[in-house]
Design a protein around this ligand. Structure first.
Ligand SMILES: Cc1ncc(COP(=O)(O)O)c(C=O)c1O
Length: 375
């Protein structure tokens, strides 16, 4: 059987499908730190690309069902380079609720670099349609499920709308991962990840990724921006990321099971006014999530507390298992009082706690939250 005949995420990730066999029979891929190559092997200089980087990009590309992948030094680098490749004068539509620092870069820093950003309420296709400007609009940015309310965008419907106007659709799929959603299958043009999160999964690598549906001229210009700005992911990080990705499928299943257990347990808690988790039928995006998320709804959820911002600040200090920290997607559970982090410009409610539900025993996680919330 040829490698390409395996297309299930668990197999691609665990067996690192696409990585060339080692000439010495090593089962695990080698760390390939060289920054320069003899001229006869297809590589030249690591800032352009290197064989270790290609190993990790190949597996990720197969996981997303894409035509090519590029790895960057962070998720922010992957997103900003992609938008910069659109060129000055480009207008981009982005959701109001999304990873806050990227929204902040888009609205505060991108204009000085020639990009104009308009925000739309996440998931609102009428607003996207109304926001598209002839010629000027080059891309719709979507994040689904999106920080920190885990609202959904219907990727297929958004892709159809964008393409009807000659506009590209870029999807930040960090919280879903290719195990739960493959945006390219739904028509997205390029999928983006903060690989720092679930793809790596162990809170010890900073990395970003882009995967394209088509290897076209625009994709080559994205590659040129990476080479030009010099933000190629380092060889050690690429190796660690590949190591982390080998367990992606099994981790995402456990994250999803645990988050569903935690969300369900908190639904009737008197101190909790809202449980925001796409797996719950009460979540406004549940129908779309059920359509485009396969095999689970992921490990990210938020809760809003009836006691307001003070209750949220208190609860974060009381958890024992959930660590009070930012970021997401590691084996360990994290809790964050999100409003004060995102600042006054953010639509994030001040009573919101963001939970990255880890791989611990679900009963322990529920007990920890109940004692922290005072039940
Ligand atoms: C959804 C999402 N996109 C992008 C980023 C940025 O990624 P990085 O921190 O790897 O630069 C983050 C980081 O928290 C994120 O959560």
């Amino acid at each position: 059987m040829h490698d390409d005949e395996f297309d299930k995420p668990a197999t691609i990730a665990a067996a690192m499908i696409g990585v060339l066999p080692s000439p010495t029979g090593d089962i695990t891929p080698q760390i390939k730190p060289s920054t320069t190559y003899t001229t006869d092997q297809g590589y030249m200089y690591y800032r352009n690309s290197g064989p270790g980087l290609t190993d990790t990009e190949t597996v990720l590309c197969k996981l997303e069902g894409g035509a090519d992948a590029l790895l960057f030094s962070s998720g922010m680098a992957s997103a900003t380079h992609l938008l910069l490749a659109l060129g000055p004068g480009s207008h981009i539509l982005a959701p109001e609720t999304m990873y806050w620092f990227l929204r902040s870069w888009m609205t505060k820093q991108a204009p000085a670099l020639g990009l104009e950003i308009s925000l739309y309420p996440n998931g609102d296709l009428d607003a996207v349609k109304a926001g598209i400007r002839p010629v000027e609009t080059k891309a719709v940015w979507a994040e689904t499920p999106s920080n920190p309310d885990w609202s959904l965008m219907d990727i297929a419907a958004c892709a159809e709308l964008a393409h009807a106007h000659g506009v590209k659709l870029f999807v930040d799929s960090t919280s879903a991962t290719p195990v739960l959603t493959r945006p390219l299958d739904f028509g997205a043009d390029i999928v983006m990840h903060s690989a720092t999160k679930y793809l790596n999964g162990h809170s010890d690598v900073l990395a970003g990724a882009l995967i394209t549906r088509e290897k076209d001229d625009f994709w080559e210009s994205v590659r040129d921006v990476r080479t030009g700005l010099g933000s190629t992911l380092g060889a050690m990080e690429a190796w660690l990321l590949l190591r982390g990705m080998r367990t992606l499928d099994v981790r995402m299943q456990r994250h999803s099971e645990n988050a569903m257990r935690v969300a369900t347990a908190l639904l009737d808690h008197p101190g909790v006014s809202h449980v925001l988790y796409p797996g719950l039928p009460s979540h406004p995006g549940h129908e779309i999530a059920a359509k485009q998320m396969i095999g689970g709804f992921g490990g990210m959820m938020s809760i809003r507390l009836a006691g307001g911002a003070d209750a949220a600040a208190r609860a974060v200090k009381r958890t024992k298992l959930f660590k009070p920290a930012t970021s997401l997607g590691g084996t360990e559970s994290l809790i964050e009082h999100r409003g004060p982090i995102e600042g006054p410009d953010s639509p994030c409610p001040q009573d919101l706690l963001r939970l990255s539900v880890g791989l611990e025993d679900a009963d322990d996680l529920i007990a920890d939250l109940e004692q922290a919330l005072g039940q």
